[in-house]
Design a protein around this ligand. Structure first.
Ligand SMILES: C[S@@+](CC[C@H](N)C(=O)[O-])C[C@H]1O[C@@H](n2cnc3c(N)ncnc32)[C@H](O)[C@@H]1O
Length: 232
């Protein structure tokens, strides 16, 4: 059953999601189905989303819920563990990684306060599996003052993402920006309405290649193109 259908049919613990998130989840999470992964959900709500992820991703994954409300401990069950603490407490986050191992997937659906979202991301992203996926949702709050948001306001996760786009491209920026650990460990930043997904991945060799027999590119030299020029 697809995730959307599963969500619609839910009669168990309540799940709170926007409908346009489901294609995004399926696009970025489907390759993890039936794999022995660690899934960290920040913000458990009523516990229904942890159960939905378990149904979707299958019997081999472990699910860790993190929430500030002690009653969320009640959501523990088969494959599901919950730890109580603040998502902005980096020592607490380190304790979760020490206990459960490096996460393959992180979904931040917690406080949605911009300072928390940025702190949690800055601390956890580099500690994920090298092929991990980090998804932040409800990012409309990046435009809402009560969450520390505002259009082009410094300190929001949307502004952070804009800077990360520059970092992602740093190695071909002709010295404008020094490549960082983020540059070397990130394959993609996908920006959707209210959601940002960051995909970690091993760096791929980059070569600018010219193939074909027409002359247009000959008048427009591309760095490194010579190495790949086919012989006449
Ligand atoms: C939107 S609800 C999560 C909904 C749930 N993931 C779902 O899909 O149904 C947000 C949750 O984040 C928790 N939360 C709020 N501030 C937090 C913080 N600073 N650290 C950890 N959890 C927090 C709340 O207690 C609440 O359970």
């Amino acid at each position: 059953m697809g995730l959307w259908r599963d969500f619609q049919c839910n009669t168990g613990r309540t799940i709170h999601k926007w409908s346009h998130y489901f294609p995004v989840y399926e696009r970025h999470f489907s390759s993890f189905i039936n794999r022995p992964i660690t899934f960290l959900e920040i913000g458990c709500g009523d516990g229904g989303s942890l159960q939905m992820w378990r149904r979707y991703l299958g019997p081999y994954a472990q699910f860790v819920g993190l929430d500030i409300r002690p009653e969320c401990k009640n959501f523990e069950g088969d494959q599901i563990q919950v730890r109580i603490g603040n998502q902005a407490d980096t020592a607490f986050l380190d304790g979760i990684i020490a206990e459960f191992g490096v996460p393959d997937i992180i979904v931040d659906d917690g406080s949605h306060a911009m300072s928390d979202v940025c702190t949690t991301f800055s601390h956890l992203y580099r500690q994920m599996r090298s092929t991990g996926v980090y998804l932040v949702e409800d990012l409309h709050t990046a435009y809402w003052p009560q969450y520390g948001g505002g259009l082009r306001r410094q300190g929001t996760f949307i502004e952070m993402t804009k800077n990360l786009i520059d970092e992602l491209n740093a190695d071909l920026s002709e010295g404008a920006l020094e490549p960082t650990e983020f540059t070397r460990t990130t394959n993609a930043i996908c920006v959707y309405n209210s959601i940002v997904v960051l995909e970690r991945g091993l760096p791929l060799p980059k070569r600018s290649l010219l193939v074909g027999s027409t002359g247009y590119f000959g008048a427009h030299p591309i760095p490194d193109a010579g190495a790949a020029q086919p012989e006449a």
